[in-house]
Design a protein around this ligand. Structure first.
Ligand code: ZN
Ligand code: ZN
Ligand code: ZN
Length: 365
């Protein structure tokens, strides 16, 4: 499936016009990669894509990067304008941006670049471009769904192999390094993150794996993901080293039930916060509501965390093509935690899981 950068640029220009923006300006970031396929390193020399309703898109690039900019996948669609070292790049940007009106600026633009633009364009008002671009990026096309599905499969294979490793007596850091290797050997281009949280550490959702050694009756939260064809996997399973700790089954059951309830609540047109409530109410009924200390999920695609966020207060409806995590958790300080996370896609009539690993409690040795 080939990507239509022309289509993405045109849709952004159209939406910007509809919402009253005079222009959208984007620097090197996943937004730029999404719109043009061009992903140079973000540096102090500004590269700025400018999309204006009704006009051809343009990109300001440092003179020394003209060749890669022109030969990038979307390069032929852009009017490439160069600036040279020693000249003022923001004055050059002002030539391809409107002098007044509202300009949407990408989230990942360095403050230094935005401040430079604001000084060069005192008559313009700058706003965040994330509502515009985030909405476009959150609806995945067939090629993007396929990449995310394959990334999910590679993460599932990683978990299967992980369950056969020995844990007892080894350190979290050792197992985390195994997870990174398995992510790659199962098809990821690179590992992105590997949370291995054992025993009391599992009560900290974003624990950094360290030198603690696994003990019998530890709960272990394994949350990992990698990049595959520019898209990410992200899955969590909680396992027990031997027999589960005291009182653990009840919490595990509540989280498993919450994960299932949230998945069942997904349907196009359903407000994101309603999916969060579906998970939360199961955990509240089990008596652990105050121990579910984070949102139910986040969108995923070219970034591990991106819109839509599955959180109270997000009343926007999910639509077919949205992809996000469903990851309820319960954390009991000093003892243990449980989180179960799958990536899902909203379909025309419900949802599809991209992670198919068993959600039954697995026992490791
Ligand atoms: Zn997280
Ligand atoms: Zn995760
Ligand atoms: Zn996640």
């Amino acid at each position: 499936v080939s990507v239509s950068f022309a289509g993405r640029l045109a849709r952004l220009g159209e939406r910007a016009g509809e919402r009253g923006f005079a222009a959208v300006v984007v620097s090197p970031s996943p937004d730029l990669a999404y719109l043009t396929g061009y992903s140079p390193m973000p540096f102090e020399r500004p590269t700025l894509l400018v999309v204006r309703p009704g006009l051809d898109p343009a990109m300001l690039v440092p003179e020394l990067e003209e060749a890669p900019a022109r030969s990038s996948p979307g390069g032929a669609l852009l009017e490439v304008v160069t600036w040279s070292d020693g000249s003022d790049p923001y004055a050059a940007a002002a030539q391809i941006l409107p002098a007044s009106g509202t300009i949407a600026a990408g989230d990942r633009m360095w403050a230094a670049h935005l401040l430079g633009l604001q000084q060069a364009l005192p008559g313009a008002i700058f706003q965040a471009a994330s509502p515009l671009i985030g909405e476009l990026r959150s609806v995945k096309d067939a090629g993007e769904l396929d990449a995310l599905r394959r990334a999910g499969g590679a993460a599932d294979a990683t978990f299967r192999e992980l369950c056969r490793l020995s844990f007892l007596g080894r350190t979290e850091a050792e197992v985390a390094s195994d997870v990174a290797d398995l992510l790659v050997s199962n098809g990821h281009t690179r590992a992105d993150f590997t949370i291995v949280a054992s025993g009391p550490n599992s009560a900290s959702p974003h624990h950094e794996p360290g030198q603690r050694r696994f003990e019998a009756r530890d709960a272990v939260v394994l949350d990992f993901g990698g990049e595959l064809d520019s898209y990410f996997s992200d899955t969590t399973r909680t396992v027990a080293v031997g027999e589960p700790p005291e009182g653990f089954d009840e919490i595990y059951g509540a989280v498993e039930g919450a994960q299932e309830a949230a998945f069942g609540a997904i349907h196009p047109g359903v407000p994101a916060e309603q999916i969060d409530r579906a998970a939360r109410s199961v955990i509240e009924e089990a008596g652990f509501g105050d121990r579910f200390i984070h949102r139910t999920g986040h969108g995923i695609g070219l970034e591990v965390h991106e819109p839509p966020y599955i959180v109270e207060g997000n009343a926007a409806a999910v639509v077919a093509g949205n992809t996000f995590s469903i990851e309820p958790g319960v954390y009991v300080s000093g003892r243990y935690g449980v989180r179960i996370e799958d990536i899902v896609a909203v379909t025309a009539d419900g949802a599809e899981r991209f992670n198919l690993s068993t959600r039954e409690l697995q026992v490791v040795e």
